[in-house]
Design a protein around this ligand. Structure first.
Ligand SMILES: Cc1cc2nc3c(=O)[nH]c(=O)nc-3n(C[C@H](O)[C@H](O)[C@H](O)COP(=O)(O)OP(=O)(O)OC[C@H]3O[C@@H](n4cnc5c(N)ncnc54)[C@H](O)[C@@H]3O)c2cc1C
Length: 458
């Protein structure tokens, strides 16, 4: 490929890309770090000229091969300006590569905040939107649902500005577009006045939660819970807005770092050879770290986020809210009765999200419960997880589950068509905006275009 001077300046030596959990990797032919819109336009033109796949990446935090490419990779980290903060109308406009943690800090300084966040803020804003990243709160939608305007660079139609009033179909499609429609250049997001949250975290038995599920889900603005597999224990985390004095969580070096991180990782490593001891470890860690009630007051974004420890395999699906109890009972029954001799790390995370009208959002047209399972990879070492995934996916599918797009899953195009009413429209739009498929990588070909021979390297 022949690059002009500017492209040479912003391109790097092709280097291996690994996602955060180091489960997937790829070696792009060329690697770019653009600094402005013109740079990105040039890269897309190059991809078109040589018919190469082109992929924008944010923080590379997607746990699947979603961000991978063997073609041109665009790292968006240098395309990260906050363009405008409108304090009166409570909106922010930012370039796509802006990390969510930077946005949180700048918004806080300007008396604003995002309404809801996921467990981390490492993501780029476009990466978070592209996969409908969500937090928890039954009356709170995912991050994409707060976007009010978006600018997309497409292969066939150049730059498209879209919002509810302008190119509404492109807008609804691109708010969760997994990189398939083009490169998101900038987004305008609705915020709210900066706020503090008071959180309460306390233990509760699995059956007590399920027997009171409706009232628990609605008992605070933000509710999530963690089930400790092979035990009856859960912890509930609830948070509501407050004007109380700050009372932040303080880190205890010994407890939070030496025991809960290092010793725990070491024990998980050892138990790769003695997995039947995992139930005991889950119980001990629950007793040590989670059996006490805790209450904190802090700025919203600090409360939403928490330490996700170390790399992990993860699978997460959204099912209709009303199916939560039944689905969790089946999962609990399978894990706790040890039906297939499979041992599971904690936590199984349960969260809730409001419905939206974004075409490929797992919460399209229905309030949902997100259920996520993880298996840690102590010191980046593999652990067995495939049997757990197979059973978990079977349960989720049977409740018309929709997988989190960022996470590895085995849904076929035909299954996705059935569960997403707007799936065919999305594909039609994709073909019109990207007729030569330069934005399609293996993940997208596999799941959106039924090319099941394009396997994930898992
Ligand atoms: C520790 C951890 C915790 C997490 N917690 C949560 C959580 O609480 N809730 C939740 O819902 N998810 C969660 N996730 C998943 C995470 O939010 C998503 O994977 C998110 O997409 C990652 O953002 P990123 O910037 O790393 O995007 P990447 O992984 O780099 O990319 C994701 C997708 O976005 C596309 N993309 C990136 N930038 C652009 C752009 N400018 N234009 C077009 N497409 C683009 C990529 O091509 C790719 O398809 C978590 C992941 C990890 C590793």
């Amino acid at each position: 490929m022949i690059l002009d001077d500017r492209l040479k300046q912003i391109s790097g030596v092709s280097k291996k890309f690994s996602n955060w959990s180091k489960v997937f990797e790829c070696k792009p032919e060329l690697f770019f770090m653009p600094e402005n819109e013109d740079d990105i336009i040039k890269i897309v033109e190059l991809a078109k000229r040589y018919n190469k796949n082109v992929r924008a990446i944010g923080a590379g935090h997607s746990p699947s091969d979603l961000a991978c490419t063997e073609g041109l990779m665009i790292n968006m980290d240098n395309f990260n300006k906050i363009i405008e903060i409108d304090s009166e109308n409570k909106t922010v406009t930012a370039e796509a590569g802006t990390r969510v943690y930077k946005l949180n800090e700048v918004l806080q300084k300007n008396g604003l905040a995002l309404s809801n966040l996921g467990s981390i803020s490492e993501q780029s804003i476009a990466g978070a939107i592209s996969t409908a990243t969500h937090g928890s709160g039954i009356n709170f939608g995912n991050i994409s649902s707060r976007v009010i305007r978006l600018t997309l660079l497409t292969a066939s139609k150049g730059i498209i500005n879209c919002s509810a009033d302008e190119n509404d179909d492109v807008f609804k499609a691109s708010l969760c577009s997994i990189g398939a429609l083009g490169i998101i250049l900038k987004v305008k997001i609705r915020c709210e006045s900066a706020f503090k949250l008071e959180s309460k975290q306390f233990p509760m038995k699995f059956n007590d939660i399920l027997n009171n599920l409706d009232s628990i889900v609605n008992s605070a603005e933000h509710v999530r819970f963690w089930y400790f597999p092979h035990t009856e224990n859960c912890i509930i985390w609830k948070a509501d807005k407050t004007i109380k004095e700050l009372n932040p969580q303080k880190q205890n070096y010994f407890k939070d770092y030496i025991i809960s991180f290092h010793l725990y990782q070491f024990l998980l490593y050892i138990l790769r050879y003695f997995p039947s001891k995992l139930p005991l470890l889950n119980q001990k860690m629950f007793n040590y770290k989670f059996s006490q009630e805790k209450q904190f007051v802090d700025d919203s974004y600090k409360q939403f986020n928490f330490d996700c420890l170390f790399p992990q395999y993860t699978s997460e699906w959204a099912i209709p809210l009303e199916k939560t109890k039944e689905a969790l009972e089946r999962l609990y029954d399978w894990i706790n009765n040890n039906k297939d001799n499979v041992f599971v790390h904690y936590p199984v995370e349960v969260r809730f999200s409001d419905k939206d009208d974004i075409w490929l959002s797992p919460a399209y047209n229905r309030k949902v419960c997100y259920i996520g399972v993880i298996m840690y990879r102590p010191y980046d070492k593999p652990v067995s997880y495939k049997k757990l995934w197979a059973v978990f996916e079977k349960i989720m599918r049977s409740y018309d589950g929709r997988p989190h797009w960022a996470k590895a899953h085995t849904m076929t195009t035909i299954e996705l068509e059935k569960t997403y009413p707007k799936f065919k429209e999305f594909i039609k739009l994709q073909k019109s905006l990207d007729p030569n498929g330069i934005f399609l990588n293996s993940y997208l070909k596999r799941h959106l275009f039924n090319q099941m021979d394009v396997k994930a390297k898992l």
